[in-house]
Design a protein around this ligand. Structure first.
Ligand SMILES: Cc1cc2nc3c(=O)[nH]c(=O)nc-3n(C[C@H](O)[C@H](O)[C@H](O)COP(=O)(O)OP(=O)(O)OC[C@H]3O[C@@H](n4cnc5c(N)ncnc54)[C@H](O)[C@@H]3O)c2cc1C
Length: 467
């Protein structure tokens, strides 16, 4: 006898959203999370009395509450959260900064179009045609991998403009090196350039608390410090999970949000390492500065995507960190956010997992210091010299990401191979989240909801009908 209709492995954003969606219809559901708090890649921690968010630069897919068809509002309806009561702060503006050109964009898509028309006048007709292709493209049905670079080259000729447009979309959601699947490009283009950035009022902790409370209010159960070490099966049917404590829990269905390689390992399915491995990981540095120093930072933008070269090298670097390109985020630079006592600068740079993994503890510490300084040298050239005013700093590496999320090699965007229909060789085991191909906070939540809708709720309804 199964104890739960559904077990969800992982209490990150896709797992929580999937849990709420299923519990809402009265199904018995248990979320198993190996850590002591929820959130996964997008969580929080406390240091020196401050709350730091691990992932949040900005949420994507901004939409006004009145826009009923927008993905963000559909998501809120599906998990029964009031979008009207959910207070949001839109970005001020963001910047794509390359040596020869800069492009500004905001949640008004016309700004980006005007910037392109002014800096790359011969490309604007091609850009408009590309936009039309993006509007019409079905990015959600399973299909072959299509090279974005080849596809965009049908509409844009200037390699600089192509790399400038690719930088934000790749760094916020591409697991491939150098190129990206066109379907993924379309999803990211819509969610970042067309819809835009915002952040919730309050911290990530408050947002996670809201989701967990909603889940529990529908009768869902969540257990922390509960690492699944294997998935039990009989013939081709999943029957339950076993935890690291040895406890076994029975269930009718499983949604796994821990990525394809981790899930395949749990069911003892062999997998080709190369097919599932993701190479892109990052070092994220958080700097805290006193508010009175704010005026010395030369930016009112929310996020700056920068490259020191006119061509983008989106790949795992040969050195521990590549500070030549990256992201600088100012989490306080959103419209209508009251100033606090301190403000943050966050910097993201691509990083080499193996070099961090193989470093001794002493080397690891030194590498953090050295590469942190190199990154500050470059970012200070863009935003002004902030380093002497830092009152607290912290950074995390691909090894930290692997440790706290289970993502193999700290691959933030998971495997390059995506399982868009969420199906596995087992008829009652499904994948949601990063390796289903929906990325970011809003994307991974939509993934959780849609996998429940497509596979589990549908199955439940059919079972009820049969009985
Ligand atoms: C530095 C950084 C910055 C980011 N910035 C942004 C941003 O600004 N905006 C944005 O939209 N997105 C951002 N993201 C991406 C976003 O955080 C992720 O896309 C999203 O949170 C993924 O959610 P998920 O549920 O699919 O996976 P995860 O968050 O990885 O959740 C999986 C969960 O499973 C748990 N788990 C793993 N193995 C087991 C096991 N065996 N048993 C039980 N539990 C297990 C993990 O602990 C984890 O909680 C960022 C990510 C990082 C790392």
């Amino acid at each position: 006898m199964s104890e739960y209709s559904l077990i969800i492995i992982g209490g990150g954003l896709s797992g929580l959203a999937a849990g709420i969606r299923f519990a809402r219809f009265g199904g018995s559901v248990l979320i198993l999370e190996k850590h002591v708090i929820p959130g996964g890649l997008n969580s929080y921690y406390f240091r020196k009395g401050f709350l730091f968010e691990t992932g949040l630069h900005a949420m994507t897919n901004f939409a006004d509450p009145t826009d009923k068809h927008a993905p963000l509002n559909r998501l809120f309806r599906q998990i029964k959260l009031s979008r009207k009561k959910f207070e949001t702060h839109e970005q001020r503006s963001s910047l794509i900064h390359f040596p020869d050109h800069s492009l500004c964009f905001s949640n008004d898509f016309n700004l980006l179009r005007e910037e392109i028309a002014s800096s790359f006048p011969s490309e604007i007709d091609g850009f408009d045609k590309l936009q039309q292709v993006i509007n019409d493209f079905d990015a959600f049905s399973p299909g072959p991998w299509i090279s974005t670079r080849k596809k965009i080259a049908e509409y844009l000729r200037d390699p600089l403009l192509i790399d400038m447009l690719l930088l934000p979309l790749m760094v916020y959601g591409n697991s491939d090196e150098h190129d990206m699947d066109f379907g993924q490009f379309v999803i990211m283009f819509r969610s970042i350039f067309k819809e835009g950035f915002f952040r919730p009022h309050g911290t990530m902790k408050e947002f996670l608390d809201l989701l967990v409370d909603k889940f529990k209010s529908f009768g869902g159960e969540i257990r922390y410090k509960s690492q699944v070490v294997s998935v039990e099966k009989k013939d081709q049917v999943i029957t339950g999970v076993t935890l690291s404590t040895g406890e076994t829990i029975g269930c009718e269905n499983i949604i796994s949000t821990i990525g394809a390689p981790g899930t395949w390992d749990l069911v003892a399915l062999p997998h080709e390492k190369d097919k599932f491995s993701g190479k892109m990981s990052f070092v994220e540095s958080i700097y805290l500065l006193p508010h009175h120093e704010r005026g010395k930072i030369l930016s009112d933008h929310t996020i700056i995507f920068y490259s020191e070269k006119n061509s983008l090298h989106y790949c795992r670097p040969k050195e521990p960190v590549d500070p030549d390109w990256g992201v600088i985020c100012f989490p306080e630079n959103f419209q209508g956010l009251p100033p606090g006592e301190h403000f943050q600068v966050r910097v993201t740079n691509s990083a080499n997992y193996e070099l961090w993994k193989n470093a001794s503890p002493a080397e690891y510490k030194l590498m953090k210091q050295d590469w942190g300084e190199k990154s500050k040298d470059i970012t200070s050239k863009i935003i002004g010299n902030y380093r002497q005013n830092i009152v607290y700093e912290d950074s995390f590496t691909p090894v930290t990401i692997e440790k706290f999320t289970g993502k193999a090699e700290g691959a933030v965007y998971g495997s390059s191979f995506k399982i868009k229909d969420g199906k596995t060789p087992f008829k009652n085991l499904f994948i949601a989240g990063t390796d289903q191909g929906f990325l970011g906070i809003v994307g991974s939540m939509l993934s959780g909801v849609s996998m429940v809708n497509q596979h589990v709720l549908m199955g439940q309804k059919l079972e009820k009908e049969k009985r």
